[in-house]
Write a protein that binds this ligand. Structure first.
Ligand code: XMP
Length: 512
């Protein structure tokens, strides 16, 4: 069992970031709903508690409050932003309501006597995003730092082991933020830093063996990061009891199926069943142009195909999935404000209940960066671990309008050229996604002495942190020129290449 820090979520957009930063200090962290009882945290044996920020004000009618007993648990508590205000408010201090938000940088003047800020420079730049502020401290607290705007930008009660920061140590704009968190974890909570991916691998493999026993496990391998790492981990644990299934739905990129077969069957020697179902998918998609209908058909057909394979493999007890921590964190809606909603659903892939499979989700405690590190420990190559996201419905949502074998062939060839040039120029790993889109319109061109009337390919290359917002990448003209020239010369059926220069919002990343 690892030492655990509880992060109580008050709906901040940074809650997950706090949890990740703690793990980057090699301390395991877990996100809890802000109403979690202190007795639960005690039962879980947490060695410290962080109260996240949040969009609310302590003066709001339904202000989210923690169980007050959390402050008497006997483990250190660190309140960040709203977390500091709610702590001061509940413990008898005074918070002032302001209608002006302090947003952005400020200079923090650190008290030399602070324990939380011990070792931090006397003055640092910190990142703020708050409305209210503390104007009188609860009994037993002292000021640990101030800014021009607030005498209590950091507060602490060493005796009660309670600490608060008005600013956000978790965001990269705060100087020495990591050091401040590290102080809290190591010096104050006494964490040893016992969270490493190598240990996680061993423990997780043991748990998988114990859970699975002699049963068979089935896993739908897409070739993406999550399912690939889940496959490699489970294979390490139970070898050929794992049965991977790769469905070729006809909507894959050039050579994608071969790459998956090479890596997992040849290299890792996994049980891998490849189902060639492109005919079936394309038949069902014939004549369909509505994007959401396409998605539904592709999803439903996948389940049908997968269901058949499970039957052919014989009795299977477990369905493995690469579900990650952000998919399972409970959502917190403060004041019904959707901006503070984290993902609300647990993505179980939509497989029918009648399959009666138990779920095996060995990555459910991990963030994406951790999954990549784990994948590295398991020997997966960079091309898999650093791969750009690819939508489940594949090229199906990148062929605008009707999906035909010809449209797919044109798109696949154009996309492969873009991909090649992105990798060659080093941009592939720098951007969030780069892909081609097929437009079902024809434009006039001239090739040699002849007029042509061919299709249009759009290049979509975006940068993003989480796909919620995105911007188009200012790729050097030389690369765009090479890609455009190569596509028009090498791909039969294309005479025009366009660049998508829309940001998200209002555009989306995919065209459908
Ligand atoms: P949009 O187009 O909504 O895409 O800006 C955001 C991110 O989600 C991916 N995406 C999908 N992934 N099934 C998926 O598994 C889908 O139907 C789907 N649609 C979009 C998209 O590639 C981008 O990374």
């Amino acid at each position: 069992m690892h030492q655990t820090i509880a992060v109580l979520d008050f709906g901040s957009q940074y809650t997950q970031l706090i949890a990740r930063r703690i793990r980057e200090c090699h301390v395991y962290s877990k996100i809890y709903h802000h109403t979690t009882r202190a007795s639960v945290l005690k039962r879980d044996g947490v060695c410290g508690v962080v109260l996240s920020g949040g969009p609310s004000s302590v003066f709001a009618r339904k202000a989210p409050l923690p169980d007050k007993a959390v402050f008497e648990l006997g483990v250190p508590v660190l309140g960040i932003c709203y977390g500091l205000q709610v702590m001061a408010h509940l413990l008898g201090g005074e918070v002032e309501e302001t209608d002006r938000r302090e947003y952005g940088h400020s200079a923090l003047e650190v008290s030399p006597r602070s324990l939380l800020l011990d070792g931090i420079s006397r003055e640092i730049r910190v990142w703020n995003s708050h409305g209210d502020r503390v104007i009188r401290l609860p009994k037993g607290f002292t000021a640990a730092a101030k800014t021009a705007n607030s005498s209590y930008a950091a507060i602490e009660s060493r005796r009660k082991r309670l600490f608060g920061l008005q600013f956000h140590p978790e965001v990269s704009h705060t100087e020495q933020g990591r050091l401040i968190l590290q102080n809290f974890l190591t010096r104050i909570c006494g964490c040893r830093g016992d969270w490493s991916m190598a240990d996680f691998l061993e423990e997780s493999a043991r748990t998988i063996r114990e859970t699975v026993g002699d049963s068979k496990v089935i896993l739908g391998l897409s070739g993406g990061v999550d399912s690939s790492v889940a496959a490699a981990l489970i294979h390490r644990a139970i070898g050929r009891q794992l049965h991977c299934v790769f469905v070729d739905n006809g909507l894959l990129r050039l050579h994608e199926r071969d790459a998956v077969v090479n890596l997992f069957r040849r290299n890792f020697k996994m049980n891998l069943k490849v189902v060639r179902a492109s005919g079936l998918f394309l038949k069902k998609l014939r004549g369909v142009t509505d994007p959401e209908r396409k998605r539904k058909i592709i999803g439903r057909t996948f389940i049908e195909v997968f269901d058949d394979v499970v039957r052919s493999i014989g009795p299977v007890d477990f369905l493995a999935q690469g579900t990650l921590y952000p998919d399972v964190i409970e959502s917190v809606a403060i004041d019904g404000n959707p901006a503070s909603l984290i993902k609300s659903h647990h993505n179980v892939g939509g497989l029918p209940k009648r399959m009666k499979l138990k779920l095996l989700e060995p990555l459910r405690a991990l963030f994406k960066d951790e999954v990549r590190v784990l994948g590295g420990e398991l020997g997966l190559p960079k091309e898999v671990l650093m791969r750009q996201p690819f939508p489940g419905p594949g090229l199906g949502v990148r062929v605008v309008g009707e999906i035909t074998a010809r449209h797919l062939r044109v798109l696949r060839e154009a996309d492969a050229i873009l991909n090649e040039e992105m990798v060659r120029s080093g941009y592939y790993y720098k951007v969030w996604q780069s892909f081609a889109v097929f437009l079902p319109v024809r434009s006039v061109g001239v090739m040699g002495d002849k007029r042509t009337y061919e299709n249009v390919i759009v290049l979509r290359i975006v940068e993003s942190l989480d796909a919620m917002t995105a911007d188009w990448v200012r790729l050097p003209y030389e690369i765009l020129q090479t890609v455009s020239t190569r596509i028009i010369n090498e791909v039969k059926g294309v005479n025009r290449v366009c660049l998508d220069i829309s940001s998200k919002p209002p555009g989306t990343i995919e065209w459908e």
